[in-house]
Design a protein. Structure first.
Lengths: 234, 234
DNA sequence: TTCATGCTTCGATGGTAGTCGAAGCATCGG
DNA sequence: CCGATGCTTCGACTACCATCGAAGCATGAA
């Protein structure tokens, strides 16, 4: 029985922690690049590449080339269904409290994802921007409203400079530790940079963790208060 | 990320070939004993025991003691759902042809499953019995029709003796190598015994493989010809 | 009690696959 | 054309885990 029977094949693909993280990240429905997935899964690019090759040859994901990047998505609704049932199964069995995502509490609170803020703080930020009408979320993606643009300008973001860039201004990014969306894209990057410039936060060298200064934390909570009812994760 | 996140845990459990075989065998809905499962999975009792402990602690199976034996069943409908979707997924991805089950061709053709015939021959037998109206398959299970009872009697099966037994007369059993149903239950056992008595086949000592004699093969094909359109596997 | 059966635990072995460093290719921008 | 970025391939290392032999425990039968 050393010859892998079909069902075990697919299950074994999901069974590896790194691949499971990749698949979970893809559950957002968004297409993500290999490097983003590597970051989300907490492995290096080489490892992620190897995993992605296996996932694709196993029929769990599909890849489409677009310009310079490769975008990976889940292959079918069946894959989504399996992942969701597995999640619910794990939850029911009490394996929910298992630490998903970074074990470091600080890292869970705030960290860098690609180049924008991630973690609980980032989800709070995203929730506020949606609730205040700065962002509108549609099927097609996220767009910055006029009032949102004004707010960003007031916060010191140079939107004109961002408009010239190739990368999308706003992008939804599934948060690993929070399992909810936060803001990526060039605007997400600009916000992180701006907050750094304001002295609100500092990156921890050699780590993805970001620490807020006490003053920065207060200012952040004041500027982007936690929205009452945020968009649902699942 | 070494800490296994929930979803990977359950998936990894299904991901091992031996465990996948065990779970597939349990998909019949019947409670099976560890030794039976060891047989089905093609591993020794010790190995199966280890696997069963993991499956149970992972919440995929439940065990209930009854008299001298232990009976294992799948834990919930969710587990069934996951296994079924995984099967369909694997089929869709062309991994159907992958050798599932015993690698020995003879064993694939015919073998013993608990005490009844399994393998390609068994699927042929089951297909004929359904096509000829000897069996009716309903949601509730399989029942032997009057004409079927007559046919069994003509074949030399003592149905009256079987009626006294506790175990069900007919049982659907998912075939490991063929991924299609065959006939289990006391009738399935009786059929195997009868064919053995007729000299159609012989069990290979120390193996689950069953070999048909040339004469027995001809008689089998004559008595239970392959049904034209069998029930679809995938 | 003693024996037999069925299942589990222990200990040792081997194979498999996940992981990363470093180098090799593409693709795009200047 | 050159340089940079993003991704893949190659090679080697490591660790985990499935597997089995043999012994240890139950449970039920004689």
């Amino acid at each position: 029985m050393k010859e892998g029977p079909d069902i075990a094949r697919a299950a074994a693909l999901i069974g590896d922690p790194a691949r499971a993280n990749i698949l979970t990240a893809l559950l957002s429905g968004k297409a993500l690049t290999p490097s983003e997935l590597a970051r989300e899964a907490g492995v290096t690019a080489q490892t992620a590449s190897s995993h992605l090759a296996k996932l694709e040859s196993g029929g769990l994901t599909v890849t489409r080339r677009q310009g310079r990047h490769r975008y990976v998505t889940l292959a079918s609704e069946e894959v989504v269904a399996v992942l969701e049932i597995l999640t619910s199964l794990a939850a029911r069995n009490g394996h929910l409290r298992t630490r998903t995502g970074p074990r470091d509490p600080d890292m869970r609170a705030a960290r860098v994802c690609y180049n924008h803020l991630a973690g609980a703080r980032a989800v709070q930020l995203y929730g506020h921007l949606c609730a205040s009408g700065a962002l509108t979320v549609t099927q097609a993606g996220i767009t910055l409203t006029d009032s949102g643009a004004a707010a960003m300008d007031a916060f010191g973001i140079d939107l004109a400079a961002l408009a010239g860039k190739r990368s999308p201004l706003c992008r939804e990014c599934l948060d690993w530790s929070e399992r909810r969306s936060h803001l990526g894209g060039s605007l997400g990057r600009a916000l992180l940079t701006r907050m750094e410039d304001l002295g609100w936060l500092a990156r921890v060298p050699g780590s993805r963790t970001v620490t807020f200064t006490p003053r920065g934390q207060r200012a952040f909570d004041e500027t982007f208060p936690a929205a009452r009812a945020a968009t649902e994760p699942a």
